[in-house]
Design a protein around this ligand. Structure first.
Ligand SMILES: Cc1cc2nc3c(=O)[nH]c(=O)nc-3n(C[C@H](O)[C@H](O)[C@H](O)COP(=O)(O)OP(=O)(O)OC[C@H]3O[C@@H](n4cnc5c(N)ncnc54)[C@H](O)[C@@H]3O)c2cc1C
Length: 380
């Protein structure tokens, strides 16, 4: 068993750390307050190869492994979880989905531009009546010969207003249930495709979340991903990898809050000594460090499973469930360590606490992760 990182891992981690500190940190409070999407920073992340980390270089990607992806996600999320989710959706939902299951035509036309960050992607599964219960798709795509006619509403779509390419899940044959679902590539600008207003959110406010409307959108036949009826499997397989990214986002949020709290505890004095000398604070830091390390092991194990070609459905659910719980709990503790300063924006921990919550909700809530994990252990 070898827990050490390779030289390549250390290089990409350090590049992400440097970028986060130098480029993401300066405007992060303002972007959060004003709900500004970091357009120019996305371009810079693309130049660093962060928009297609795991994609084969022949399709414009960086050709790195899932461990590298996790390291980048952790470093970005320590500083700006909004920038991190833009990277996560593009990498593990859109690029992975196309590379693993798309046709050569789809890879050449879309993946090559998504992996370089020339285009941004979005993944559209959730609907007003289909969140956790993703099989209850109301969006329909009717086979019309050369094309599918797409109608319906998707909500909560990350990168919704900024994306160029949307992977849309829709029901093609209601009778067949989850086997009558397909995934389609939809381009912004296709007639009948409308982007609704931006959501005003509790956290990850720099990310761009919208409802999307499809009214008689003609989607060419060649834009269906995989065989007829593959859409639900496509969504579940893709989300398994996505959960590794979100687990890494949660890990980064927790680690970022911990590092800030640790530093502050050595500076702030009460009763004539640094607050880190009060055992109540030192023990909080000990718990934070322990739980965050445990979360990191689960996240890395899941990434390793994927890199080794092993099944990662359960390990990614475990990593997301635990890392998101640690992120929520330990960002609250970080705010406590900062006292009154924790409650204002300048010290960053209140934002990290707000950002942590989403990691327990999207790409499958914590309750859904427990369904995945319990089903897997009960069938063993
Ligand atoms: C900021 C943000 C970004 C998002 N980005 C995307 C995106 O890019 N693409 C996309 O497709 N979706 C996205 N989502 C949607 C997200 O994945 C869903 O919100 C999530 O899956 C939960 O679905 P829901 O909101 O419909 O909640 P519901 O499914 O209505 O769940 C409500 C509550 O009931 C619980 N629950 C439901 N069923 C069960 C059960 N069987 N057993 C126990 N408890 C259960 C849930 O855990 C939850 O606590 C995003 C959401 C947000 C808020």
């Amino acid at each position: 068993m070898d827990f050490s990182l390779t030289e390549e891992h250390i290089m990409i981690r350090d590049a992400a750390r440097e970028f986060a500190q130098n480029e993401l940190l300066p405007g992060v409070i303002e972007r959060d307050e004003k709900q500004h999407f970091p357009d120019s920073l996305v371009k810079k992340m693309a130049n660093l190869g962060f928009m297609g980390i795991m994609v084969n270089p022949k399709y414009g990607g960086s050709g790195m492994d899932t461990i590298s992806y996790v390291l980048v996600m952790e470093e970005l999320s320590k500083v700006d979880a909004s920038a991190a989710v833009i990277v996560s959706v593009n990498n593990s939902l859109v690029c992975y989905g196309l590379e693993a299951f798309g046709s050569e035509y789809q890879k050449q036309k879309y993946l090559t531009k998504l992996a370089t960050g020339e285009l941004i992607g979005a993944f559209c599964l959730s609907e007003p009546e289909a969140g956790s219960d993703a099989t209850s798709q109301k969006t329909s795509a009717i086979d019309k010969g050369d094309y599918y006619l797409l109608n319906g509403t998707k909500n909560w779509i990350t990168n919704g207003g900024r994306a160029d390419v949307y992977l849309v899940i829709a029901q093609t044959d209601k009778e067949k249930g989850s086997h009558g679902i397909n995934a389609f590539i939809v381009e912004k600008g296709m007639k009948g495709f409308h982007v609704g207003p931006k959501e005003n959110k509790l956290g990850i406010r720099g990310s761009d979340t919208h409802t999307l409307q499809f009214n008689d959108v003609k989607v060419p036949k060649e834009n269906r991903i995989g065989d007829d009826g593959f859409g639900f499997k496509f969504a579940m397989k893709t989300l398994s990898g996505g959960r590794i990214g979100i687990a890494a986002q949660a890990l980064g949020i927790a680690q970022g809050a911990y590092e800030l709290a640790l530093k502050y505890s050595k500076e702030r004095k009460t009763f004539g000594t640094e607050i880190s000398n009060h055992q109540a604070i030192a023990f909080k830091l000990a718990d934070m460090h322990t739980e965050i390390s445990a979360a990191r092991h689960l996240v890395m194990k899941s990434a390793w499973d994927k890199d080794q070609g092993k099944n990662y459905d359960t390990s990614s659910a475990m990593a997301k469930l635990y890392a998101s719980k640690v992120a929520m709990k330990q960002t609250v503790e970080a705010v406590q360590i900062f006292g009154g300063n924790g409650f204002v924006k300048d010290y960053h921990v209140e934002r990290l606490m707000r950002d942590a919550k989403i990691t327990q909700i999207y790409e499958g809530t914590s309750e859904i992760q427990k369904i995945v994990i319990s089903r897997s252990i009960l069938k063993e």
